[in-house]
Design a binder for this molecule. Structure first.
Ligand code: RIB
Length: 318
């Protein structure tokens, strides 16, 4: 199969149950929340939706249960134009996530149960090896089993496909160097970068030290996302801080990292230089945080292009 601009995302869909409240309850305490929403989430699915909304040709590789939440996944992908390579697994449920959103800041705390997607294994990768090999970019995260992520990255690397690992949620054990060496790009946030390297990450300078450590461990380039501070792209050729782009008041940060990864993947699939792909990621994330929800907050291609054009005009970006 010839390689075009396809993006394959290996990852998880879950139904997000989002509770907005002034604060998180303490153990044993019940508090009244401000609002509730049910919507599509899961890092892999969010990244696929983000990439498809801005024009990517995207296929998601996952497992779903045989229930109402699986229907929500399929409707979400259909609407966004994501192709599905999802396997139905009637022995398990489609996953769900509990999301607490702090009313004042829009920041969140999440518990995710991947359900059927927790059963994704090497057999799923083998069954879809042709799809991965024919892609331009392969993206994965750590919500499904690590063995599947590793085999997916291996399959992609062997075929010369650009690989992105978004190491979220942060792994419980340090990742083996053999896995890190399969990553052209690794995209941790501050917390994940800290977990991966053992180094504190709060400032851009901290991020540079952590990114350097990730390079020593074998990744091609580290892109550390820094929330409101933007992102640092660090490789053996360059170390560039890309500021965040604001598109309005921050309403909810759930899915911001996914928006970034979706934008990055599309940029790389289009053959943009990494720095320009990072800017596309920042613009996608900058709009997503102004809206509630995860997949529901992903912007369209025209919205992202308009934000990038205004950033260039205002000289926020060159
Ligand atoms: O990255 C945000 C996502 O993390 C949410 O949609 C939630 O489902 C968890 O997977």
């Amino acid at each position: 199969m010839s390689k075009n601009q396809n993006i394959t995302v290996l990852g998880v869909f879950v139904a997000d149950t989002t509770y907005r409240a002034d604060r998180s309850p303490r153990m044993g305490e019940t508090i009244l929340g401000n609002s509730f929403a049910l919507g599509p989430g899961g890092k892999g699915s969010n990244q696929a939706v983000a990439a498809a909304r801005i024009g990517g040709d995207v296929t998601i590789l996952t497992q779903l249960g045989d229930d109402a939440f699986a229907g929500m996944a399929e409707r979400t992908w259909l609407e966004a134009g994501v192709k599905s390579a999802a396997r139905r697994n009637p022995a398990n449920y489609t996953g769900a996530a509990y999301i607490f959103v702090e009313e004042s800041s829009g920041d969140n705390a999440i518990i995710i149960c991947p359900g059927a997607a927790g059963d994704i294994g090497i057999d799923d990768i083998e069954a879809n090896a042709g799809l991965i090999r024919s892609s331009k970019v392969f993206v994965t995260q750590l919500e499904q089993p690590l063995v599947a992520a590793e085999r997916g990255l291996q399959t992609a690397r062997e075929a010369g496909v650009i690989t992105i690992l978004n190491p979220a949620p942060a792994p419980k054990q340090p990742l083996d160097e053999s896995i890190l060496a399969l990553c052209d790009f690794i995209t941790p946030n501050e917390t994940e970068a800290q977990e991966l390297t053992g180094l504190p990450v709060e400032t851009v300078d901290d991020a540079r030290l952590a990114a350097n450590r990730l390079l020593e461990l074998g990744v091609g380039a580290a892109i550390i996302t820094l929330g409101g501070q933007g992102a640092l792209l660090h490789s053996s050729e360059m170390s560039v801080h890309v500021p965040a782009l604001s598109a309005g008041k921050v309403v909810e940060t759930t899915g911001a990292g996914d928006a970034f990864n979706g934008g990055l993947a599309v940029g790389l699939a289009r053959g943009l230089a990494p720095i320009d792909a990072v800017k596309l990621g920042c613009a996608t994330a900058g709009i997503s945080v102004t809206r509630p929800g995860a997949a529901a907050s992903m912007p369209s291609q025209s919205e992202v292009e308009a934000l990038l054009a205004s950033a260039i005009k205002e000289k926020d970006y060159e």
